[in-house]
Design a binder for this molecule. Sequence first.
Ligand code: HEM
Length: 523
Amino acid sequence: ARIFAPRPSTPPSAPTYGPWYLPPFVRGALAVYRLGKEEDGFLLAARRDYGTVVWVPWPMSQHIVLETEAIRRVYQAPEKALSFYPIRREMQGSAFGASFWNDKSIMNGQVFPVHARGMKNLAPALERFITVVRARIADLAAQVDAATSGAVTIKPAEWIADTYFEASLAGMFGPNVRDAKGVSRDELWRAFCEFDKAFPIMASGMVPAWLLDRIPDVVTGKKAQGVLADIFEAWIRDGFEGLDEGVIRDMAEIPLKNDLGAHEAGKLLIADFWALQANAPYIGIQLLVFLLQAPQPFRDELLAEIDSSLAVTEDSPGPDLLTFQHLSSTSTLPLLSSCITETLRLGTATFSIRVVPQPFVLPTSAGEKHPEVVIPADTRLICATRVHHLNDEVWDRASEWDGKRFFDEKDKGEEAGRRSRRARDVYGFGGGNSRCEGQHFATAELKAFTSLFLSTFEVEVVSPVGKPDFDELYEPIELAGVDKPGFRPRRIPERVGMGAYQFTNAANADFELTVRRRTTTTA
Ligand code: HEM
């Protein structure tokens, strides 16, 4: 029997997406169509139908990893077992246009290590960020004071996004980056938006070069890429006016030292500029969307935490706690930290991509056909973190926003650190060797802005409930401790796996907050 028994033919491989009777490319195209149409629906159905991992044929040609334990294994794998560097280099060429993207000695040898080192010390950058935020808040406060009703209405997509944009630009690039080319704030913002819109298609690697140049959004995005490169080039030639030190200067120096010229240096900076702006403002807005609909006692507790952290009373000013070191730690402002992590859990969808150099074994979940599955060499895989974030077996009431999910409450008789430790299982910043290098700066930005904004103003959502186009503009959300359904502006469907959700233009145009001076203190 042993001699004639069929040998296990190939190692157990991942199932292929789609009905078996369709040719592979149709199955691949079907997956891409469904993913672009409704990301959550596609991913949850794929997990239900295929389990741990599914192979999606061309045009995607990727394995999608869908189960928590398998995602964890991918994130634990070292660079030589599952590589991210080739993808990071590729994106530098396909999305940001650097001509030296495939030069390993520059990219792996200089760009990556210099960047990683530089991102660890962003204290002066955060100081500049806070200066701009304070000025913008003072400006808004003056408008509030001048209003006869004592309140003004703002659109978060304009005022808050703009504040993050301006403040973080000044933070990382210094205050004068636009001056060398005489570019207005609106021109730079437009170039960012046009580039950002084309980014998912350019970076996906799914569309061949000849076709890319026929896609209108890409054509516009590439023009914007040129505009950005010119702005940064002019600023570099001008001697980095306004920026004495920091990771941005260190990055630009690399192409200069390698005789590649200021234009290539300008292109390299687009990567940092884009990463700086593409997520944090949108998480900042979503955080407020959730916070402002959370139960009142919860909001009072949060304000008390913010007040004591800022030491707002005039007679006890306290030490300055608005520093990078203080704010980037997840253990300071623990309730606000928990809210940020919870917003990352429900407000992001990330695809962490890896190249598989050698066959890679992933454990499957109980009940699947094989105990493990082998991802063959020379393929690619992506971790779909969104499915993990929505997994009810991992999170209690996974679809509910619970601001205290990662907050240790001493008097609740729970094991110390049980909740805050779980923050590590949230992959809003990606994971493993591709984890966001800006996560500490982003955390500090979010804490600084939210603390300063909420300690100055009483803020309320102008309720859109009952408007005729409500269902078109908003999607329902659930919040812990709130009986009625909440809402958030509807997200753009095409930004699949790109990190923070961004909202549709129509929703952005509708969504408003009322801002008035704070009259009471909860401290
Ligand atoms: C809340 C805000 C942010 C979110 C949600 C976020 C999310 C992400 C995600 C999901 C990735 C890819 C991870 C992966 O592939 O596994 C990433 C990469 C990156 N992020 Fe962030 N990010 C944020 C803010 C920032 C900021 C403010 C900066 C810059 C100061 C930044 C710099 C970067 C860089 C440089 C990378 C690329 C790292 C690499 O290629 O290895 N991010 N981010």
